[in-house]
Design a protein around this ligand. Structure first.
Ligand code: AMP
Length: 392
């Protein structure tokens, strides 16, 4: 069965065509600058790469182009081979607790949460509508970043603020990266042959979040009402004292939106190092002795370690710790810095085992109290698997 896994942005559309159950990636690609003068796309398949400029006036035109290319390059022999399209949707509020088949009515219900995910949700919905128009006979499935976290208890998802903020304005913790954390939990649970695992899943990429999972249910996660909360990230601050916002507004004359924008885009690794949001650049500068880069790395590792310790307590002892995403999968330096900061939990890294990138592997020492694994994430595959389950 061939499934398209899609992530639509406001001016982009990323896709992966996956064969299931073999999990083989048949093609993947990106349509960029949709609606702009210099739109283009790249498609990779079978060791080849196509890169073309095209007049992609909207997402429907991009989807039509995608279909044409799949047929012309014999990636699919006929459109009937595409049995489903799975879409990444950022926000399903408290209403959507699992992936589901999309129709006009469901899209209307999802659009109620555009206010909570203004950069992503309208674009995600636009992507779905483009597929509905171009492939009207193919089923579309919505896979949300938020649904996995809907198993959190009220005592974890509520903020200690006036209760009517939650009742009137839906102010609560939603959490994000749910599809990644769910994939990691599924992968490690299958590998260890258990469905009752207590997992601390650390998704550390440009964005980052941790998730405490007990037997497949989320107990807590670090991102909150928005993805700004939790650990320090590439450009996001993570948790700060909210009183800083009006204080900085008064000092600088910035609006609240402008300050929050700085917290989202100019903080984190970038804000402290003054060099880059990319952990590779910060790592290189730190190796050369740049003090701000060293400080940024130490803060970054410490905040992750602190949450791991907190989640170990919340889970009353974790069975396994997993690291994933760009930094977790690739940076042996950051992995060591994090694990070295949770020695109070009896966790130890094995330097030789840690010397690799981008694979599923155990990196902790034999006598580590909690095993630590690197588990590459695959949100596209998770979306495709949900789609297969729902349309079958
Ligand atoms: P993601 O958001 O998951 O794509 O992750 C992006 C982050 O992963 C960036 O900060 C990259 O610098 C980081 N990353 C990717 N490859 C490496 C590497 N080899 N070493 C260190 N960091 C890396």
């Amino acid at each position: 069965m061939k499934i398209l896994s899609v992530n639509a942005g406001s001016s982009s559309l990323k896709f992966t065509l996956i064969e299931l159950p073999s999990r083989e990636v048949l093609a993947s690609g990106l349509f960029e600058k949709i609606g702009l003068a210099d739109s283009m796309y790249t498609i990779k398949f079978n060791g080849q790469k196509i890169k073309k400029e095209a007049n992609l006036v909207d997402h429907s035109v991009a989807v039509s182009k995608l279909i044409d290319e799949l047929l012309e390059n014999n990636i699919v022999a006929s459109l009937n081979e595409i049995e489903g399209v799975g879409h990444r949707i950022l926000h399903g509020g408290s209403e959507f607790t699992q992936s589901l088949i999309l129709d006009e009515d469901v899209l209307e219900r999802i659009s109620k949460y555009n206010e909570l995910g203004p950069l992503h949700n309208p674009a995600n919905i636009m992507g779905v509508k483009a597929f509905m128009k171009v492939l009207p006979d193919v089923k579309n499935v919505g896979v949300f970043d938020t649904t996995f976290h809907q198993t959190m208890d009220e005592k974890e998802f509520l903020y200690p603020v006036p209760y009517d903020w939650y009742e009137k304005y839906s102010v609560r913790k939603y959490g994000f990266h749910g599809t990644s954390h769910r994939f990691i939990n599924k992968t490690i649970s299958e590998y260890l042959g258990r469905n009752d695992l207590k997992v601390i899943s650390c998704h550390i990429g440009n964005g980052g979040s941790l998730c405490a999972i007990n037997g497949g249910k989320v107990v807590d996660t670090t991102m909150g009402f928005t993805p700004l909360a939790g650990i320090m990230m590439g450009t996001r601050s993570g948790d700060i004292d909210p009183s800083i916002i009006p204080f900085v507004m008064k000092k600088t004359g910035m609006t609240a939106e402008e300050v929050v924008n700085e917290l989202n885009k100019k903080s984190g690794l970038l804000g402290i190092s003054g060099i880059s949001s990319d952990s590779r650049d910060v790592e290189m500068a730190a190796e050369e002795g740049n003090e701000k880069a060293i400080l940024a790395q130490e803060m970054y590792a410490q905040k992750i370690a602190n949450y791991i310790a907190m989640y170990n307590n919340l889970l009353n002892g974790a069975d396994v710790i997993t690291l994933t995403a760009g930094v977790g999968e690739n940076s042996k330096t950051m992995r060591k810095m994090i694990v070295d900061r949770i020695q109070s939990l009896g966790v130890k890294i094995d330097a030789a085992k840690n010397d690799f990138r981008g694979e599923f592997r155990l990196i902790s020492a034999d006598d580590s109290k909690i095993p630590v694994y690197v588990v590459p994430t695959n949100e596209e595959l998770m979306i495709a698997l949900d789609t297969m389950d729902l349309i079958s």
